[in-house]
Design a protein around this ligand. Structure first.
Ligand code: HEM
Length: 508
């Protein structure tokens, strides 16, 4: 020490003052980094490079629920290089989706968006900002408002009749076992096709090809993609076949959607409205492209993205809910009997159940509510992202942190719900809890700025066919075997194996 001191004294005064400045700067940095140390939410132990990815499991909502039980309802995981906040409590969800909604209304960018030009124009994946605000407004006003939804009443009625006829045909051809999963998916897909594209694509080769394209696209959104978590390793997708598969799908999508738009442009030259006689969504969007009324740059690629949004958001979610509802009903014959009693009392003697009839079936509505609680179709909502540094329940959350709200775990939290894993539609009787985004213990459609804008569309699309299925047929199980409740992989929690049930016509 004495030697260091005497060497310092022998230094030139300029060097000495430089050294002092450096020393002071070092001290400032040290103090800053100590006082600026972030108080981050608890994290489970993580591995180098992949972080907590290995703990994600095949059904992430379930593995995240188990991790939250150990580490708490606010947890910071690292999926590769992406810090991700996992929220599994009512208080946390309320903070994200209400109190600090503006800060958490962004979306993280997904790797697939780099490979499909118009993926950047999606409503569901758009960052928070003027583009998102304007296209959301257009979608709500032109397709999803109560007024527009009512104008598609006849479409839902006709498609419900088609589904019932398919079942009758199957029975009269000697096959009373019907694949309800397929029938329900065709129903929601045909309804979405008609209101969005002006016509359905049927069950011929063309229609089947379209189903395949949509299903494949859904797969990319839900599939594990290394580029989403470790961008520097995105090149791996060139070798594992994912990029090739995406490119092929996107080419098919481009050709299909391009064809639909061209068809509409031709149609508009000869007719005022689309093939249904009502202006469909593509017609409306083409009109907006032409007159520039949307207020943000808007061209064919934007139209394609919004069409896709409607298919991705509307078809699988509603179909999954109805399939789960029927699955739970055949698993609980006493509940099935009770709901059929209500349906048959309300619609007594009628040959067709209308939406006005279905609207009076309160027990059936509770069956749908309970289905959305137990089998939340979007169990983790769509990931949100913070826009600025913030504090959350005493923890620091830096800007650009991904946020996953585990809505499924919250709706199965035993401290909130009695017997949370059991299917009990009666729990909603005399309860004010609803799915409109004000009750944070029950968030099947999310809440806040990014809440699902399709609630008004989804309701009658599920209630009408369900009421009709329950009214016109009795349902039993092939060999008396209960259907399983195993979930498939993907962003929508659907029933993995198809629901096969025996339909027996009910004598009105
Ligand atoms: C049972 C049916 C449905 C369920 C359970 C459901 C659920 C959800 C959920 C959980 C979100 C994400 C909310 C968030 O990020 O916080 C969402 C977003 C969205 N949903 Fe739905 N949805 C359903 C039906 C529909 C339908 C029928 C449509 C349209 C026809 C639709 C259109 C959308 C769109 C466009 C978004 C993105 C909103 C945005 O990012 O601003 N959904 N939905």
């Amino acid at each position: 020490m004495v030697q260091v001191w005497s060497e310092l004294q022998s230094l030139h005064p300029i060097s000495l003052s430089l050294l002092s400045i450096l020393f002071v700067l070092f001290l400032i940095k040290l103090t800053r980094s100590r006082s600026g140390k972030l108080n981050l939410p608890p994290s489970p132990w993580k591995l180098p490079v992949i972080g907590n990815l290995h703990q994600l499991g095949i059904l992430p909502h379930r593995s995240l629920q188990s991790l939250a039980r150990k580490h708490g309802p606010l947890m910071l995981l690292h999926f590769g290089q992406s810090p991700t906040l996992i929220v599994s409590s009512v208080e946390g969800a309320k903070e994200i989706l209400k109190t600090q909604d503006l800060n958490f209304s962004d979306r993280p960018r997904m790797n697939f968006q780099d490979r499909l030009v118009y993926a950047n124009y999606h409503l569901a994946f758009s960052p928070y900002g003027e583009y998102w605000r304007q296209v959301r407004k257009v979608c709500v006003l032109q397709l999803l408002s109560q007024h527009r939804v009512n104008s598609f009443k006849s479409v839902r009625q006709e498609e419900t009749d088609c589904m019932l006829n398919d079942i009758r045909k199957s029975i009269s051809s000697g096959s009373p076992i019907v694949n309800l999963s397929d029938l329900i998916f065709s129903f929601t897909n045909d309804v979405t096709c008609r209101v969005t594209l002006g016509r359905k694509f049927g069950r011929d080769e063309g229609g089947k090809k379209f189903f395949k394209i949509i299903k494949e696209f859904m797969y990319f959104i839900g599939a594990f993609n290394i580029g989403d978590f470790i961008p520097s390793l995105a090149w791996i997708n060139n070798f594992n076949g994912l990029n090739k598969r995406m490119d092929k799908n996107f080419e098919e999508l481009e050709s299909f959607l391009g064809g639909v738009i061209d068809e509409h442009i031709q149609d508009r030259k000869t007719r005022k409205f689309g093939s249904e006689g009502v202006e469909d969504f593509v017609d409306v969007l083409l009109g907006m492209e032409k007159d520039g009324s949307i207020g943000v740059p808007f061209a064919k690629d934007n139209i394609k993205a919004l069409i896709m949004d409607m298919f991705l958001a509307a078809t699988d979610t509603a179909a999954a809910t109805m399939t789960w509802a029927m699955t739970e009903l055949v698993r609980h014959p006493e509940i099935l009997k009770e709901v059929q009693r209500e349906v048959r009392e309300v619609a007594k003697g009628k040959t067709t159940i209308t939406e006005d009839d279905a609207a009076q079936m309160n027990y059936m509505k509770n069956v749908i509510k309970e289905t959305l609680r137990v089998h939340t179709p979007g169990p983790l909502l769509i990931p949100h992202q913070s826009r600025e540094d913030t504090k959350l329940q005493g923890y620091d959350v830096p800007a650009k942190t991904r946020v996953i709200v585990n809505a499924w775990a919250i709706s199965r939290d035993p401290s909130i719900w009695e017997n949370p894993d059991e299917f009990i539609p009666k729990r909603f009787e005399n309860s004010s809890i609803d799915f409109k985004g004000n009750d944070y213990e029950y968030l099947p459609f999310g809440s806040g700025r990014r809440i699902c804008p399709g609630i008004a569309f989804a309701n009658p699309t599920m209630e009408l066919p369900l009421a009709n299925l329950l009214y016109h047929f009795d349902w039993t199980l092939p060999n008396g075997e209960l259907p399983d409740v195993e979930e498939g992989l993907g962003i929508v929690a659907y029933k993995k194996s198809p629901l096969q049930v025996i339909a027996t016509p009910y004598q009105i």
